[in-house]
Design a protein. Structure first.
Length: 206
């Protein structure tokens, strides 16, 4: 197990309310219990700079923020997270589990925001030392179910309308289908059942 997952970079992503944070925590716990040295982070965040950018991005008071401004802020937080946390962890042979990554920006700003998925990837190629992880697991969820899971005080991104979030889901599915190192996992069922699917997917990949 230690050799199998050493230096691997795994991302869990998907629409708001899909349970990616919970599943990232469960996967990290399973890896650690299996003797794998693991590091887990969230994107945006994970660094002092990234956490401040996160506050700006998710604050409902910043409703006027454009998709281009969102795109650049997410990419800035990501570049800092890579340099400060992810790259050193991978160099130490740890398995990195990440809650969101570039796939989110492709789905949200690229597809739903109309900036174009390929344009987002091009910018990421110019800005990031590494664009894609070894495995991206997209957690797919019915929009009505995800809406019921959201907080009673939604953040700025969660407050965007149903049409926008439907496009986000379509963006994730469009990105994942036919792309190397992407897998779609349906999250219908209990947290534990979804967790087993995620672990099975990770084991099968590596």
């Amino acid at each position: 197990m230690k050799n199998k997952f050493a230096g691997k970079f795994i991302v869990l992503d998907g629409p708001d309310g899909c349970g990616k944070t919970t599943q990232s925590e469960l996967l990290t716990k399973w890896l650690e219990n299996s003797g794998v040295k693991t590091a887990s982070f969230r994107d945006p965040g994970g660094t002092a700079v990234g956490e401040q950018i996160r506050q700006i991005l998710l604050n409902p008071e910043h409703a006027a923020m454009s998709e281009r401004a969102e795109l650049l802020l997410y990419m800035a937080a990501r570049a800092q997270l890579w340099k400060e946390k992810i790259s050193p962890a991978l160099e130490m042979g740890k398995c990195v589990v990440l809650d969101r990554w570039l796939s989110s920006t492709c789905a949200y700003q690229g597809y739903a925001g109309g900036l174009g998925i390929e344009n987002v990837i091009k910018l990421a190629t110019d800005c990031l030392e590494r664009v894609w992880p070894d495995l991206t697991i997209v957690l797919d969820i019915d929009l009505d179910v995800s809406a019921r899971r959201l907080s009673s005080t939604p953040d700025r991104m969660e407050q965007k309308g149903k049409t926008y979030h439907a496009k986000v889901r379509d963006g994730f599915l469009k990105l994942a289908r036919g792309r190397e190192n992407f897998t779609i996992v349906n999250v219908s069922g209990s947290i534990e059942a979804v967790g087993e699917k995620v672990i099975e997917t990770v084991n099968k990949k590596f």
